[in-house]
Design a binder for this molecule. Structure first.
Ligand code: SAM
Length: 270
C-alpha cells in the first residue's frame, strides 16, 4: 500500500540509504551549499556568563555535518562551547563521533552525546538552558513539530536563539511535498507525515507569539539518476524526494513525480 510521506517510519534502513544518496546528489549539483547557507545564517550566541561556555542544543544532529559548520562558526568568536547532541540513530552518532576524533578544530568543544529521540529527550529535561537550539532539516521527523519547537524554545536562556532549517513550500522539494500530498493524500492530516515545510514552522511560531526572521536560498539537486530504469540510487533518490517508500513500485506516482521534475528542472542530463 502506498503510504505517502512516511519513509522514515516505514523503513528506517531505506531512509538512511536514501538520505546518503540525496546528500550525494546535492553535493554533485552544488558543492558546499549547506555549509555556505549555515555559515551565512546561523546566529552566533553570547554565553550567559562572561567567559563561560556557549551552550548549544542540537536536535537530530545526524552524523554532524551541520553541527560541524555551526560549531566552527561559533568558535571563530567564542573560545568555549558545550554541544549537547540529541540523535536517536546509533550509526549517525558513531559517524559523528568519528568525525570529531579526526577533526582537530573541534577538539575544544565539549560534547554531551544523547542517543535519544527528541521526544524522549524533552520528556526528561534536566532544566539546562541553552544559548542556541537548532534543528537542521529535522522537524519533518518529529511526532509533532509544534511541540518540538515549543520545547526547544522553553530550553533557551534569556537572549538565546532558536534556529530551524526546512524546505520552503514556495519551490523545489517543499513544493513537491505539497503537490504529492494533493495527488496522493493519505489520511487527512499532512502534518502527521514528514511532508512538512517552512510555512508549517512559521505558522507554529506565530501561534505561540514567537517572532522570527527568514533567510532563503535555492539549491540544486542532480536528479539524473531517477531516470535510469535499473538504478537503485535513482529509486532511493525518488523515495527521499517524496519521503515515501518504494515509489518505483507505484507507476502512477513515479511518473507524476518524474514529470514534475522535468517541468521544474533547468536542464536534464542525457
Ligand atoms: C536529514 S537528517 C539531518 C541531520 C543534520 N541535522 C544535518 O542537517 O546534517 C535528520 C535526522 O533526524 C533524525 N531523527 C529522526 N527522527 C527523530 C526524532 N524523533 N528525534 C530526533 N531525531 C530524529 C534522524 O536519525 C536523522 O539523523
Amino acid at each position: 500500500m502506498l503510504k505517502v510521506g512516511r519513509l522514515i517510519k516505514d523503513s528506517p534502513v531505506r531512509w538512511d540509504a536514501a538520505y546518503k544518496v540525496f546528500m550525494g546528489a546535492c553535493e554533485t549539483a552544488r558543492p558546499r551549499y549547506y555549509e555556505e547557507f549555515l555559515e551565512n545564517n546561523i546566529p552566533v550566541p553570547t554565553p550567559q556568563q562572561e567567559g563561560g561556555d556557549v551552550r548549544v542544543l542540537s536536535i537530530a544532529s545526524g552524523s554532524g555535518e551541520a553541527d560541524s559548520v555551526i560549531l566552527k562558526k561559533i568558535m571563530q568568536s567564542r573560545s568555549s562551547v558545550y554541544n549537547r547532541v540529541v540523535e536517536p540513530s546509533r550509526e549517525m552518532l558513531r559517524d559523528f563521533k568519528a568525525m570529531v576524533q579526526q577533526d582537530t578544530s573541534l577538539s575544544a568543544v565539549k560534547f554531551d552525546w544523547r542517543q535519544q529521540s527528541a521526544e524522549e529527550y524533552f520528556s526528561d529535561s534536566d532544566g539546562t538552558k541553552f544559548d542556541l537550539a537548532h534543528a537542521v532539516q529535522a522537524l519533518y521527523f518529529m511526532d509533532d513539530h509544534h511541540a518540538t519547537l515549543q520545547n526547544m524554545w522553553e530550553q533557551l536562556a534569556d537572549g538565546g536563539h532558536l534556529f530551524a532549517l526546512l524546505v520552503s513550500d514556495e519551490r523545489g522539494m517543499g513544493k513537491l511535498y505539497r503537490e504529492v500530498w494533493k495527488w496522493f493524500p493519505h489520511g487527512n492530516d499532512r502534518l502527521t507525515t514528514c511532508l512538512r515545510t517552512s510555512s508549517d514552522v512559521t505558522r507554529s511560531l506565530e501561534s505561540s507569539g514567537i517572532s522570527y526572521v527568514i533567510a532563503e536560498d535555492e539549491h540544486d539537486i542532480n536528479l539524473a539518476e531517477c531516470y535510469k530504469e535499473d538504478s537503485e540510487a535513482g529509486r532511493l533518490l525518488l523515495d527521499f524526494m517524496t519521503q515515501t517508500s518504494n515509489v518505483y513500485a507505484h507507476p502512477k506516482m513515479r511518473s507524476a513525480v518524474l514529470e514534475y521534475f522535468l517541468r521544474h528542472s533547468s536542464s536534464v542530463d542525457g
